[in-house]
Design a protein. Structure first.
Length: 490
């Protein structure tokens, strides 16, 4: 694969090829699929289209390389990741441009994603040398316990389109740090970023066979045979809950080790003692970032009835002022949705809420012209049976619902099958601690609209997933535990 940037876009030079264990190859029969710019609808590039044959090759290469990579000294694995961290930052502008072109987010946000992704490489380069075990005396004194940890083995990593670099790095970095070989399957909409990421890892010194990057237009055909192959030992997936359920069912036939970061329906609670300006700032971060296409996006905004009118007024003013346009245009704060299907879903949720009695304060109508843009929208008087309060919006729409008491707010927040993250704004520390214990979520943003950090464990409860990514916990997902019972020394 030749990936010298063109001067105008930073895109890889065509033809874009598959990364199969350290070698760049065309797909069998020259199959390709187009990658579109969601802001214009134009074709950015054609990408090699991996199928079952390429999946089989990638898995064979991963299996062949596993023993040697697992035996590679942790310091060596650490240095590969550290070098990749440095290379990624050196190529920030190229990566940011590609992310913006194929995903749509504003260039400033894309630069932030590159920095965020790089931090996963740095964090797990440090964790690679801290994989430990323990040696203890049994409680009865009759034996000794030796507990060791080793890599799970070849891992299939399925990353989403909304953060095409950061989510890939959040999976690849701990897998490599733990000593696992990996196959990365990026989202169909955003393969160019993943291919460039693979190139950086090779340049950083990753040995042949350790990583493959397989874009595909037929994910089921590519993934299902690998899930049934005994050489695959681990599946990590970020995406929707329905797809996660399907993958879990397929993985269950072999009791495959799985990590699932699935859908969210985040409640955003604003109490009457909150700093209103801080709450609006937090809502803008939790709602408008990435045009609302974030699993941690504030999906349901519950605001105390004493301040709801002031909150809605301030939020609508801020939302309606967001400059909309192509992500490469200077000053753009809100880019397009990823595709027309995504826009139609957002439209249907808004339409349903309005038909049930909700009022549009700002936005609410699609923007005409090229691209899949949808305006920032604020809804009030949203009835509690509206679909928009039950389904993940994945768009720049903020439905606001008043509440009267803390108990009511908690009940409303927990009234969902999802449990990824919640947000709460209050000056009352005791209330904050009560919420941390009462809300059924894996994460809580307390007086903060963004809390994701490579050094912290990311993940949810209920139907929002299994396992954690990031933090000291992130590498655990790629390690097995072995217990050795030792007779008492004589």
């Amino acid at each position: 694969m030749t990936t010298n940037s063109t001067a105008s876009t930073g895109l890889p030079d065509a033809p874009t090829r598959l990364l199969l264990g350290g070698s760049w190859r065309d797909a069998r029969d020259g199959r390709v699929f187009p990658v579109l710019d969601p802001a214009t609808g134009s074709v950015l590039a054609e990408v090699a289209d991996a199928g079952p044959a390429e999946g089989a090759v990638a898995l064979a290469l991963a299996d062949d390389a596993q023993a040697a990579w697992a035996a590679t000294p942790p310091r060596v694995r650490s240095e590969v990741l550290r070098r990749a961290f440095e290379l990624l930052l050196e190529r920030t502008e190229q990566f940011a441009t590609v992310i913006t072109l194929e995903m749509g987010k504003p260039l400033a946000e894309a630069r932030g994603e590159v920095s965020y992704a790089a931090e996963f490489l740095r964090w797990f380069s440090e964790e690679a040398v801290r994989i430990d075990g323990r040696y203890t005396v049994a409680p009865d004194g009759a034996s000794r316990f030796l507990v060791t940890r080793r890599p799970v083995g070849p891992s299939l990593l399925i990353s989403p389109w909304n953060f095409p670099l950061a989510m890939a790095a959040r999976k690849v970095a701990p897998a490599l740090a733990a000593g696992c070989t990996a196959i990365l399957k990026p989202a169909e909409a955003t393969p160019l970023t993943a291919l460039l990421f693979g190139e950086v890892l090779l340049e950083a010194g990753l040995p042949d066979g350790v990583l493959s990057v397989l874009p595909t237009s037929t994910p089921g055909a590519l993934v299902e045979p690998m899930l049934g192959d005994g050489r695959l030992r681990k599946l990590s997936f970020t995406g929707s809950t329905p797809v996660g359920r399907m993958l879990l069912a397929q993985a269950s036939t072999r009791v495959l080790r799985t990590s699932m970061e699935l859908g969210g329906n985040a409640p955003f609670l604003v109490f009457d003692d909150a700093d209103l300006d801080a709450a609006v700032d937090g809502a803008m971060l939790a709602k408008a970032r990435n045009a609302g296409q974030v699993c941690t996006s504030a999906n349901r905004l519950y605001v105390h009835e004493a301040i709801v009118a002031d909150f809605v007024r301030a939020l609508a003013e801020r939302m309606s002022a967001l400059p909309i346009g192509h992500g490469l245009d200077e000053g753009t704060r809100l880019g397009p949705l990823i595709d027309e299907r995504a826009r139609q879903k957002v439209e249907s949720l808004v339409r349903d809420a309005v038909e049930r009695g909700a009022s549009i304060v700002t936005g609410g109508e699609r923007l005409e012209g090229a691209g899949t843009f949808y305006p920032p929208t604020v809804l009030t008087n949203v009835p509690r049976d509206a679909r928009i309060l039950a389904e993940e919006v994945f768009g720049p729409v903020a439905p606001v619902v008043p509440f009267a008491s803390e108990a009511e707010a908690i009940a409303l927040a927990n009234d969902t099958e999802f449990g990824l993250i919640a947000y709460a704004f209050t000056r009352d520390l005791d209330r904050g601690l009560r919420l941390a214990e009462a809300l059924e979520v894996g994460m809580l943003g307390l007086n903060a609209g963004v809390i994701a950090n490579p050094a912290a464990p990311f993940g949810g409860v209920k139907e929002s997933g299994l396992g954690r990514e990031g933090g000291a916990e992130g590498i655990d997902e790629y390690l097995e535990t072995t217990y050795v019972g030792i007779g008492r020394p004589r």
